[in-house]
Design a protein around this ligand. Structure first.
Ligand SMILES: [Zn+2]
Length: 251
């Protein structure tokens, strides 16, 4: 099992490195160096808190959920088809969980910390309040148990989710035709940056995590087109200091 976790860490780190490299070589938005450093440190702090939670809370809960095997429904013998089935199920769960984070005021208290970031890059994809991470870890147990998702599949899916999050939050300037075609299948920066638009109408749309078609199917796709210099953040609110962000859900 340790090898599996190490494999995930290596894959995710390599992907993050490549995405960071590209967003610095080919940036869509020019972010001032001082602002970039300040934001990156703040976002890395949130990540380090969540990494700290992993061995003491997230892993024990996840391992317990994946080892319960309470029933033998949804068992698919072909491991590739089984993995794809779990990937689809998990991605639908992420869509509805993300949507719930916007539509249920108690969950928005935590999730809006992620949205208060007023510029986006790879580091925004790891900026989540630990309250949101703990809640999502508990809620996703329902899906794990319901569909008997194995620890192996969950680790692989989580690696895809992390890489996808880094990619669609990134500041990479992709060739527009290429991004247009890609966005029919997966969530690209142009789709997810609209979700981070400061206007609430746009923030409450484009909820997909990996595949982009759920927003079309569940009618939450925004028709707004991303443009350079677009305002990012939360309508009627603004970025806060690190201390205020940590205590923000209690406000
Ligand atoms: Zn959101």
């Amino acid at each position: 099992m340790i090898e599996l976790f190490n494999f995930k860490i290596i894959i995710v780190c390599v992907a993050f490195f490549i995405i960071v490299l590209f967003e610095n070589i080919l940036p869509k938005e020019i972010i001032k160096f001082k602002k970039k450093i300040k934001r990156t440190l703040k976002n890395l702090f949130f990540w380090s808190l969540n990494i700290g939670l992993t061995p003491i809370l997230i892993l024990p809960i996840t391992i317990t959920a994946t080892s319960l095997n309470l029933h033998d429904y949804f068992i698919i013998k072909n491991i590739v088809i089984q993995f794809l089935f779990h990937l689809i199920i998990y991605d639908i769960f992420l869509y509805f969980w993300h949507r719930a984070n916007h539509e249920i005021p108690f969950l928005w208290r935590f999730h809006h910390v992620h949205h208060l970031d007023e510029t986006l890059d790879v580091s925004s994809g790891i900026r989540f309040h630990f309250g949101e991470v703990i809640l999502s870890t508990i809620v996703r147990c329902v899906i794990i148990v319901m569909f008997n998702i194995s620890l192996l599949n969950l680790i692989l899916i989580e690696a895809i989710v992390l890489i996808s999050s880094a990619f669609h939050h990134s500041n990479i300037k992709l060739p527009s035709k290429f991004e247009e075609v890609l966005s029919f299948i997966i969530v690209t920066p142009s789709i997810h940056w609209v979700h981070h638009h400061k206007r609430k109408k746009e923030t409450d749309a484009n909820y997909c995590a990996i595949f982009s078609f759920w927003d079309y199917i569940f009618r939450t796709k925004s028709n707004f087109k991303r443009y350079k210099g677009m305002p990012i953040g939360v309508e009627g609110d603004q970025e806060q200091s690190l201390i205020k962000l940590i205590s923000r859900p209690l406000k």
